[in-house]
Design a protein around this ligand. Structure first.
Ligand code: ARG
Length: 578
């Protein structure tokens, strides 16, 4: 819509004597579509022009010369409202979408700019819990959105595969052995061992000490320690991969915390050289008191490193290897302080590029407690944290059942069930601003009448089925003056706005901006469809009216492209039938 906005602003350049960019920044969207496409508020001129805004609006209405693509201009109270020519707009927008297809929504403002995305980043030896969906899918969507806008994106799954917990795990393995229970997956047993090790360490100081020693051996490269550890990693990665495959997620890199081992000494040296390290109770820290933050721990008393040390090395490594301009850490809100400390420490160490590092926080996943009916955060300790795999499998099973009931003849029902089940969970995760908590309710996310993944997928499948029935080539021989219904006008405008919506999502690192726009589009389309069901003159496919059919089918084809592209950016699959 930028081009149209500029055309509107252009009309006002002469009467106002202002540059076009300035006029553009003053244009607003009218609250009601019937009022027009752009409104120019005259309040700000009242002072200099020494006139009431209403007067200014009517005066400007007479002065302004409109030309294509603007159809009319009208003073309405203190506003000057511009309306675009429907047929010109429809033709340009629809033909543009049909020509661009998968590329519609793409842009190139990110050219020459490299973004690293740190996401998913689960810890080894534990299973993926439901809340891991958040970092994984927000990160995944951001990658696609940024790539669509021309950014070079490097994605990296910063696996939590290092640290004292692994020392404890080895200690537990040595002490309790491995049951190797038949029929129980390795990952489940590993997880159990992990839980047992953490519990034991709390009550038995000798055991905790053993754990620390094992981690020291691990850091020192002890072959036994390494071998155990490597096996833990393998078991976990095999399990993670299953879930990533279900979600359709892949990574450019999966560099774990352990991969930064070789760089830790240099990192500490760099901090020393820059005089940002101080000693505190035998530990090495970056003192951040001047910034109202607790000290950032770099080395413990026993000489071992920490999560934060590895994050320092990671940032330095990424900058060196990938020369990023921006590095986004898609990590839950609970780690805000950690990232503030990390970025401040790097800044104090003279790493100016750290101004391009940003924490992308997000809220919790809440599940309804079946007993109290309250929304709560699942907890591993209380044993009510769902596994991500289980949540996805349940959603798929429910979708499969719905298909069996409502569409028993559907070809490849298992594939579609997977797309619907996964799409439901993913769309629910990305629908609202990421900092908000996500409420998860199995029934609700699959409700095709709610603001859900299946609702979006239905709208898309409906378009696909209209197009299959139409048997004509969209965009061919179309009389665009026939798209006059309010829903048609609204749809065309929202389709036109889609690329700027993607650009905004990329600027704000906020996938929900796209999700909300797609919901709006689907709602308009469904309203249109419902009116067509009541009044046959409004139907898309009309044997008695080939001209209007051609126009409406073209609009439907354009809508389908946008729904498909938008849902693709979000990681929501789009089956043609469901
Ligand atoms: N593994 C960490 C956790 O589960 C998240 C890592 C996020 N990324 C980072 N560079 N710190 O809490």
């Amino acid at each position: 819509m930028e081009r149209y906005k500029e055309a509107v602003a252009q009309c006002l350049v002469a009467p106002l004597g202002e540059p076009v960019e300035h006029v553009m920044s003053m244009l607003r969207l009218p609250p009601e579509p019937e009022m027009g496409d752009y409104a120019f508020p005259c309040f700000t001129l009242a002072k200099t022009w020494k006139q009431a805004p209403q007067q200014i609006a009517s005066q400007l209405a007479e002065e302004v010369v409109v030309q294509m693509p603007i159809a009319s201009v009208q003073a309405q109270g203190p506003y000057l409202n511009f309306t675009l020519a429907d047929d010109v707009l429809s033709q340009e927008v629809i033909e543009g979408i049909l020509a661009a297809e998968d590329d519609y929504g793409c842009g190139d403002e990110g050219r020459g700019h490299t973004v690293v995305i740190d996401y998913s980043a689960p810890n080894i030896a534990k299973e993926l819990l439901f809340h891991h969906i958040r970092s994984t899918m927000i990160g995944h969507a951001l990658i696609r959105i940024l790539r669509a806008r021309g950014y070079t994106v490097v994605s990296d799954n910063h696996l939590g595969d290092w640290g004292t917990p692994f020392g404890l795990l080895i200690a537990a393995y040595e002490r309790f052995g491995w049951d190797g229970e038949a029929g129980v997956e390795d990952i489940v047993q590993l997880n159990a061992l992990y839980v047992r090790a953490s519990a034991e360490a709390k009550t038995d100081p000798a055991f905790a000490q053993e754990g620390r020693q094992w981690f020291q051996r691990l850091e020192a490269g002890d072959p036994d320690a390494r071998e155990r550890w490597r096996w833990f990693v393998e078991v976990s990665l095999a399990e993670f991969q299953k879930v990533y495959d279900l979600l359709g997620v892949s990574f450019d890199h999966m560099l774990g915390e352990s991969d930064y081992e070789p760089y830790l000494d240099d990192t500490v040296k760099l901090l020393e050289e820059k005089h940002v390290l101080s000693e505190s109770d035998g530990a090495l820290v970056v003192d951040l008191e001047a910034y109202d933050m607790p000290p950032f721990l770099v080395k413990k008393q026993d000489g071992t490193t920490l999560y934060g040390t590895r994050d320092l090395s990671t940032a330095l490594y990424r900058r060196r290897e990938w020369q990023f301009d921006t590095c986004l850490y898609v990590v839950d809100m609970g780690q805000s302080l950690h990232f503030k400390q990390l970025f401040k420490s790097l800044e104090l160490a003279g790493q100016e590029w750290v101004s391009g590092c940003h924490h992308i926080p997000f809220g919790l996943v809440l599940q309804k407690d079946p007993e109290t009916g309250k929304w709560t955060k699942g907890s591993t300790r209380r044993g009510n944290a769902s596994l991500l795999k289980t949540v996805l499998e349940d959603a798929i099973a429910m979708a499969r059942q719905k298909i069996a009931e409502s569409n028993p003849d559907l070809p490849n029902p298992d594939d579609v069930a997977r797309q619907v089940g996964v799409g439901a969970v993913v769309f629910n995760d990305l629908r609202h601003r990421r900092v908000r908590d996500v409420k998860f309710d199995r029934e609700a996310i699959l409700n095709p009448y709610g603001e859900t993944g299946p609702y979006m997928q239905y709208a898309h499948a409906r378009c696909a089925s209209v197009l299959a029935m139409a048997r004509l080539t969209p965009g061919e021989g179309v009389d665009y003056t026939l798209l006059r219904e309010p829903e048609e006008r609204a749809l065309v405008r929202k389709l036109a706005a889609y690329p700027s919506v993607v650009a905004e999502a990329a600027r704000e690192w906020e996938p929900s901006i796209i999700a909300q726009h797609l919901l709006d589009l689907a709602a308009d389309f469904n309203r249109y469809w419902a009116r067509g069901n009541k009044d046959h003159r409004l139907r898309i496919l009309r044997r008695d009216e080939p001209a209007s059919t051609a126009a409406r089918v073209s609009l439907t084809a354009a809508l389908r492209v946008v729904l498909r592209n938008g849902l693709h950016l979000l990681g929501v699959p789009t089956p043609d039938a469901m």
